[in-house]
Ligand binder design. Structure first.
Ligand SMILES: Nc1ncnc2c1ncn2[C@@H]1O[C@H](COP(=O)(O)OP(=O)(O)OP(=O)(O)O)[C@@H](O)[C@H]1O
Length: 352
């Protein structure tokens, strides 16, 4: 786990908002999200199902399917050529040209998106050739072999059809394709969810090793907090279309500030140390189409008080001793703390 906060940002999502639908009944699924990924960093994005993780990364890369609509924001990417551009302002042509080159996305269930009627090698080479039309057959073949080697699959498998590969192998092929043009940013949306635990571990280890070797930055989406704590340098927690806590991975794990983050962490067995009882989070995330004002977690929060119903989430440092500047949280309790009101006793006792 490394501190990348002084490294240059490679992807900056600023105030990004997304609606599903156009009419008055549109659901405001992403509400002014800010998130920065630094060069070489592994940023974990966690939160319950439906909190907007996929919408965030697909919105930021303009891969959002209809009826998703970006209603505001900026997404600055530092391209492989060093130039910074706002992805939301690029023409479709410019977008197609920079995709795979500057950033690549491995979708949820990507292993099922290989075309069943073409050999794996053909598909890898096709993807590369779309961006490198001047490469001859031999060069494409060499790169395909190199990529298979890189993800630990025998290059003979370039001749296989997707159905002849296991799920884990297909997922590795997708990772190889994503890395084919050496992007600086790799976005992975639950890349291991459909795989068994052993395969999950192997693939996560492989991504970690490749990142060290090639130096790209990663946004890794998962529900699995214990996995993130192992692999991420930094973790951002999403709830109801907003980031509600963001900090260095170990700080966030050991000193989770938001009651929702604490709930998420307590839903997974601890990695080290004494066993503790697992607790869930009562209730379910709110319906984004009917979400009103105030903290969206208020209805499920054990520490809720009147003012939370009109609190507008904004990420700030807690001011608590030992908290680092890079650790921010959007919870009224910490604003009250700064006013000298103190934390509720139960919250103050846990994991401070
Ligand atoms: N096509 C759609 N039309 C309307 N609402 C949608 C559509 N797709 C997603 N949503 C809503 O957007 C919200 C965010 O969904 P999203 O898939 O981004 O969440 P997520 O955190 O990635 O969930 P998961 O972990 O299950 O993938 C959810 O409330 C979902 O119901």
């Amino acid at each position: 786990m490394t501190d990348f906060s002084n490294a240059e940002p490679v992807l900056e999502i600023k105030n990004l908002s997304v609606d599903y639908g156009f009419t008055e009944s549109a659901a405001h699924v992403l509400r002014g999200v800010n998130l920065t990924l630094h060069e070489g960093e592994v940023l974990g994005l966690a939160g319950e199902s439906g909190c907007g993780k996929s919408t965030l990364v697909y919105g930021a890369t303009r891969l959002l399917p209809p009826p998703g609509l970006i209603t505001g924001g900026e997404v600055w990417i530092k391209g492989t050529n060093g130039e910074r551009r706002d992805l939301l302002k690029l023409t479709d042509k410019a977008l197609r040209e920079q995709r795979w080159v500057d950033e690549a996305v491995v979708f949820q269930g990507a292993m099922n998106s290989l075309n069943p009627v073409y050999r794996v090698g053909h598909q890898i080479k096709d993807a590369i050739q779309a961006h490198r039309p001047d490469w001859d057959k031999q060069k494409l073949q060499n790169r395909a072999v190199e990529l298979m080697d890189m993800v630990g699959i025998s290059p003979d498998r370039l001749e296989s059809f997707p159905h002849q590969l296991s799920g884990g192998m297909r997922q590795r092929v997708m990772i190889a394709m994503a890395l084919a043009l050496e992007p600086k940013v790799l976005i992975m949306d639950e890349p291991t969810t459909a795989l068994d635990v052993v395969m999950q571990r192997q693939i996560v280890q492989q991504i970690t090793d490749l990142r060290k070797k090639l130096g790209f930055a990663v946004i890794f989406i998962t529900h699995d907090m214990s996995l993130l704590i192992e692999i991420a340098d930094r973790i951002a927690i999403m709830y109801a279309g907003q980031i509600i806590e963001d900090g260095p991975a170990m700080d966030l794990y050991n000193h989770a500030r938001h009651p929702y983050t604490r709930g998420l962490i307590n839903s997974f067995p601890p990695l080290h140390g004494p066993r503790r009882e697992l607790g869930g989070i009562p209730g379910t995330p709110p319906d984004m189409a009917t979400l009103g004002d105030g903290c969206p977690f208020a209805d499920r929060c054990a520490y809720v008080h009147e003012a939370c119903h009109s609190y507008e989430v904004s990420l700030k440092e807690t001011g608590l001793l030992g908290d680092r500047k890079q650790h921010v949280v959007g919870c009224l309790l910490y604003e009250e703390l700064k006013k000298g009101k103190g934390l509720p006793e139960a919250l103050a006792k846990e994991r401070i």
